[in-house]
Write a protein that binds this ligand. Sequence first.
Ligand code: ZN
Length: 307
Amino acid sequence: MNLSENPKGLIAALLAMLLVFIGAVLYENGFITEELYLKIISAANPGISADSELEVHFIDVGQAECILIKAPEKTVLIDAGDIGYGKTIERYLRTEGVITIDYFIVTHPHADHIGSAADILRKFPVAEVIMPEIPSEYLPATSLFEDFLKAIKRKNCVLSYSENGRKIELGGGAFIEILGPAGYSGDNLNNYSVISKLRYGETSFLFTGDAEEEAELLLLGSGADVSCDVLNAGHHGSSTSNCAALLKAADPQYAAISCGYNNDYGHPHRETLAAFRDFGIGYFRTDYDGSIVFGSDGKTLEIFTEG
Ligand SMILES: [Zn+2]
C-alpha cells in the first residue's frame, strides 16, 4: 500500500494492528476476558467469512497447508502450516470465532503440515488429534515432531490413528469420513497422508494431503467414493499427485491449491493446472488468491477469496 495513493487505508491498517496489539497485551495480562479479546480482533480483521452454514477455509500459509472447517456444531482443523505460522493461524482462527478445535487432523508429519501444530495445541483446547499410523522406522526423528507429540501429551487430548470408514459427525447432518491412507506401506511419508471427505447435504469436499499417485491409486482401488465438488489439490498441486484417474473419479467442480508465491518446487505444476483445465475444474490458489473460503448451505457453494 502506498501512503500517497491511499493514506486513509494505511492509517486504518495501522490502527487495526495497534488495536490487535493492545488487545493481546490486555488479554495476556488478564485485564480483559477472552470474549472481549475476540471481539477486538474481529473488529480489527473483518475477515472473509462466507457466513454460511458450513465453511471450508484454505488458509493462506505460504508453501504449506492449513484448512479450517466450520461445521454447524463442530470445528475441524486439517494441518497447521509450516514453522513460524502459529500467530498467523491463531489470528485467523480467532477472527473466525474459533474457541475450541474438536478434531485436529494431521495428514502426515512433514514440516509444512505440522510446523505450527504445537503452537495451535498450546493456544486452543483440542479434543482429539487424528494422525496416520506410520511404521515406526519411517517416523521422522525431528525435534518438530517430538514437540508436536509432547504438546499433545501436555494438553491431555485424545490421539487417534486414522481409521478408514470412520465417520465423524459435525452437526446438522455434516460429517467427515476417513478414506485413507488405503494400504500404503512404503517409505514415502506423503503417501501416508490421511485422506478424508467432508459431506454436507449435496455438497462435498475431498482432502488428500500430500498423497502422491501411488496412494491415489490405492485409494481408488479400495473402492472409496471420492466424488466431490471441491478437491483440495494434492501435494500443493504437484504433478506427482492429482493423477488423471483420481480427477476423473472425483470429478470436482473446483480445486483449491495451497502454495506459496514463487515457491522452490514450482507448485502448482504446469501439468496439474493443464489437467484441471482439461477436466473442466476451476481452480483457486492461495499464492494468488490469498485465503480461499467455500461456503455451503447443503445445496450450493459460495466462494470467497482474499485476493
Ligand atoms: Zn506438503
